[in-house]
Design a protein around this ligand. Structure first.
Ligand SMILES: [Zn+2]
Length: 61
């Protein structure tokens, strides 16, 4: 039962992340800052703001 709850929670988090919009241009976000779910960027803005994408996590699609 517990693993089912965890699975649902994981899916919820994924769905929540997929709804994130780029904080700069409001396009659908593809990357987020590691550890910060609120800061999300689309690819061009992420590349502009972070020269190296190693600070960012790819949002699962
Ligand atoms: Zn953007």
């Amino acid at each position: 039962m517990k693993s089912l709850i965890n699975k649902v929670k994981k899916e919820e988090k994924k769905a929540m992340l997929q709804k994130r919009k780029c904080v700069i241009c409001q396009a659908p976000a593809r990357f987020k800052v590691k550890g910060l779910d609120n800061l999300a960027y689309c690819k061009p803005c992420a590349q502009e703001a972070f020269r190296y994408l190693s600070y960012l996590e790819k949002i699962p699609t």
